[in-house]
Design a protein around this ligand. Sequence first.
Ligand code: HEM
Length: 229
Amino acid sequence: MSHSNTRYGILRYSKWTRVNHWIVAISFVLLTLSGLALFYPAFFGLTALFGGPEPTRIVHPYIGVFMSLLFIIQAVRFFGDNLFRRHDVQWMRQIRDLLGNRDERLPPVGKNNAGQKLVYWIFLATVPVLLVTGIVLWRPWIADGMPVWALRWAVTIHAYAAFIAIITLVIHIYSAIWVKGSIRAMTQGRVSHAWARHHHGLWYEDIMRNRKSDAQSAASNSEVQQERR
Ligand code: HEM
């Protein structure tokens, strides 16, 4: 481990993971705005953001494909951190302690807590559904050759999946703001020792253990080198 880690806190997300996340996040917001504009008359005014109704309809699926591809890369990067473990069950059982601001009672968790893992899996389930149903609805390329029943199914599933994904995003953003010090993880990449210890105790222990063994092996390497001299 380098010195900078000790000085500036603990590395949580590398630069490319952060860039990847923010490109997905911005695309997702644009998709939500353009999608709602097409979906419901009350949101029609949002089409102005994309240069009018016709450009909105044209651009929405392209952003969707772009976001889905980058989301797949992100999902692969995050996969290992989001597998459910035994301690996640207990954490979930104590969800009221989290909502009631008694989070010091929660069992220590790894890099992500069960709520974050759930967010991951909901996105992983909804984004591919949105992609496939969206492609079916893609005019004029695909939709014009589709039977009416397929279009009806696609439009219904697309809307429900979007609804779930948007609600999940709202919860995701709310939690990121609510848990002080989290936004920093995704902007600067580093978190404080106190934050890591408090919110992700098992992850913190792991990192400290690795640092110690790194330091020990560095020390014994230099001893070996000195003996050789
Ligand atoms: C648009 C506003 C968004 C904000 C403000 C935001 C904020 C954040 C923050 C602060 C973290 C780090 C949390 C931590 O280190 O504990 C994070 C992680 C993450 N974000 Fe976002 N995010 C946004 C959009 C999205 C979108 C659109 C997606 C996916 C479709 C997404 C997927 C993830 C995932 C998978 C993680 C890793 C933690 C986990 O697996 O749940 N985010 N986000």
